[in-house]
Structures are given as C-alpha cells and as structure tokens.
Design a protein around this ligand. Structure first.
Ligand SMILES: [Zn+2]
Length: 118
C-alpha cells in the first residue's frame, strides 16, 4: 500500500471515529466520565489495531519481497525458504487480535516454520 493510500485510509478511519464518538455522545447525554472513556478507548483501540495491521503489512512485504537479503533463521542463521503467505495472529497491547498475512518460511536446517521478524 502506498503512503498516500494509507494516509487517506487512516484519515477516513479517524474521521469515522470522531463523528462516531460525537454521535454516541449525543445519544448518551447522561453518560458518566467512565462510560465516555470506555467508549473512546474502544473506538481508538479498534483504530489502533487496524493501523498496526496496515502498517505491519507494508513492512512485511518490503522486508521479504523487496530486498535481496533472505530472512534468516533466528536459531541457526540458515536462510529461510519462502513458503508463501500465511495468516499470523498477533495480539496488540490493547488486547485485540489481528490477523496478518505474512510471508512464511521454513528453515532448511531446523525444519521449523518461521515468520520472519518485522
Ligand atoms: Zn534454523
């Protein structure tokens, strides 16, 4: 994804959140501070997860396909053999699960399947 595309996507997403919170506030005029906080946190953590996943996809494709250097096995240093893409589930610090499509490789020495770091 291009930088401009990402910016556009995230801007649209943040505007959605801003107007969503404003709308929610109108529908909940008696909400307590804690309720408002929970609502804002919830929406922001969704945005956070989507941003993370979008940004991570960008770096993953740059790392593996873009560079000459093959990712290496973290255990023995052998070059990984690319095995295509696989979904990798990651947990954000906010506790949300995101599934990333990442390049997946097998170490020819250890025989272990590895998602290169990044
Ligand atoms: Zn290895």
């Amino acid at each position: 994804m291009e930088k401009g595309e990402l910016t556009q996507k995230w801007r649209a997403m943040s505007e959605e959140i801003i107007s969503g919170v404003a709308e929610w506030r109108q529908q909940h005029p008696k909400a307590t501070f804690r309720e408002i906080e929970a609502e804002v946190d919830q929406r922001l953590s969704e945005m956070r997860a989507r941003m993370l996943s979008d940004a991570a996809i960008v770096s993953a494709s740059a790392d593996w396909e873009g560079s000459e250097e093959q990712p290496k096995c973290p255990h023995c240093g052998a070059e990984l053999q690319a095995k295509g893409k696989k979904k990798r589930k990651m947990q954000t610090r906010g506790g949300q699960e995101i599934a990333l499509e990442r390049e997946y490789g097998i170490c020819p020495k250890c025989g272990q399947g590895i998602f290169p770091p990044g």
